[in-house]
Ligand binder design. Structure first.
Ligand code: HEM
Length: 154
């Protein structure tokens, strides 16, 4: 179960990144080009937010149950885990930032759906999706300043 969920969580990252980039570029082009709000804008926003929710669900399974780097790593107390940069990254930094990113993506989708003016729809989607994507890109373990993990886990 643990390897399967980790594998899924690892690959769903690419859905999040690809859908996020497409949704962001569509929103930027729509906003600057004053383009009408199209079905594909709505669809890409839904795909981005949907992939984020899936990732959140898989992450919660890892954190609360399956992963030795989640709650299990806090068995010796939160203080001890905080002193270890790896445990702090997985147990605190990764999850808090990613949850905030999910909230930002959801806010962007809700606000852009609610707005009536098409340019405003694109603008709201762009701002909030940009915040979400920056947070995601910062906290994916690329190995630059955070732990290194395989880009394509097998
Ligand atoms: C929503 C955006 C998220 C993205 C893009 C993301 C991405 C990733 C990636 C790429 C890994 C490394 C997987 C591997 O080793 O192949 C990882 C690990 C992990 N993620 Fe996330 N994650 C997200 C959200 C979350 C959330 C919300 C949680 C917890 C509630 C979470 C918990 C974890 C845990 C505990 C690990 C380490 C698992 C282990 O090695 O045992 N993630 N994440």
């Amino acid at each position: 179960m643990y390897p399967t969920v980790l594998l899924l969580h690892s690959w769903t990252r690419w859905l999040v990144v690809v859908f996020g980039l497409i949704a962001l570029f569509r929103a930027f082009g729509g906003w600057q080009g004053r383009r009408p709000w199209a079905g594909a804008d709505n669809g890409m926003g839904a795909a981005f937010v949907g992939s984020m929710h899936l990732q959140l669900l898989l992450g919660l399974l890892l954190y609360f149950g399956l992963s030795p780097l989640g709650l299990k790593a806090m068995e010796n107390g939160m203080g001890a885990a905080m002193k270890d940069p790896q445990l702090r990254f997985w147990g605190v930094e990764h999850i808090i930032t990613m949850v905030l990113a999910v909230v930002a993506a959801q806010v962007g989708r809700s606000l852009s759906k609610r707005a009536t003016d098409p340019v405003l729809k694109h603008k709201k989607a762009f701002i909030w999706f940009a915040i979400a994507l920056v947070l995601v890109l910062l906290m994916i373990p690329w190995g630059i300043w955070n732990p290194a993990r395989p880009l394509f886990r097998v």
